[in-house]
Design a protein around this ligand. Structure first.
Ligand code: SAH
Length: 245
């Protein structure tokens, strides 16, 4: 189950652009056998599992499960999202501190909108890992774009409509909207794997979203790479402190 006998740090992205440059930087990359796109390798001396999970909630949950089985001790999702909270815009970063599935609807049974029947009202990430992701994201962009903690709303819908943005704010006080985070949250919580999600805002989920989104992807890829290096550098410092007598 563990790769080379070591637990690995998991990094997940939905699309090739979100993890391409991270994967390029791996030493001794090896595909993890199985149907999913997961690579084991070493990033700056730290064992990592990198997954391109594909778009949407089911893909994210599948990949979380396969990453856990392959030995991921924790999972950080890096990718892009649409801005929802007022004041946030393209290039800002939202690190999830609460996750809901905006397309879940059990209101016929009296469940609140956004709650999968029988599941919690929301999911929370690992607080320590989330703090580390926030710190790393701020280091990657010192004095630059905003990096905030907030609610991430996920669903199998690309949001490109200001009325939906207003609804996401009013219903969930959401900061960002995307298509995977809350599914990773549900799966990782069930599996007992600590997780965190960092999203660079690629669009404002409005009428311009479909053209803003692809235009921003190359920049996002570079920032995802820097974030991954910053995160493993923190892990290396912790490991080296432990090894120092
Ligand atoms: N045709 C595109 C579809 C991308 S779907 C393609 O195949 O490349 C959008 C992806 O970016 C999802 O992974 C989602 O998590 C994220 N995303 C970015 N902006 C979004 C928005 N406004 N609404 C929903 N998801 C968004």
């Amino acid at each position: 189950m563990l790769q080379g006998g070591v637990a690995a740090f998991g990094i997940m992205g939905a699309m090739a652009d979100e993890i391409r440059l991270i994967r390029d930087d791996l030493t001794d990359p090896r595909p993890v056998p199985g149907a999913l796109d997961i690579t084991f390798g070493w990033l700056d001396g730290i064992p990592v599992l990198v997954s391109r999970c594909g778009i949407g909630k089911v893909n994210a949950a599948l990949a979380a499960s396969a990453m856990a089985a392959a030995g991921a001790a924790s999972i950080v999702f890096t990718g892009v999202a649409g801005a929802v909270a007022p004041g946030l815009g393209i290039g800002d970063v939202v690190v999830g501190d609460r996750f809901i599935q905006h397309d879940a609807d059990g209101t016929a049974f009296g469940d609140p909108i956004g709650q999968v029947p029988g599941e919690p009202a929301c999911w929370r990430p690992d607080p320590g890992l989330t703090d580390r992701v926030l710190t790393a994201a701020r280091r990657v962009d010192p004095g630059g774009r905003r990096v905030v903690a907030g609610t991430i709303a996920s669903g199998d819908q690309f949001i490109a409509d200001p009325a939906r943005v207003t609804w996401l704010r009013a219903q969930f006080d959401a900061s960002a909207v995307e298509m995977e985070g809350a599914a990773l949250a549900q799966a990782a919580s069930r599996l007992g794997v600590p997780f965190a999600v960092a999203r660079i805002l690629s669009d404002s989920a409005d009428g311009a979203a479909a053209s803003d989104f692809p235009a921003f992807l190359a920049r996002a890829a570079e920032r995802d790479r820097e974030l991954a290096h910053e995160l493993v550098s923190g892990l290396r410092e912790t490991r080296d402190r432990r090894l120092t007598p």
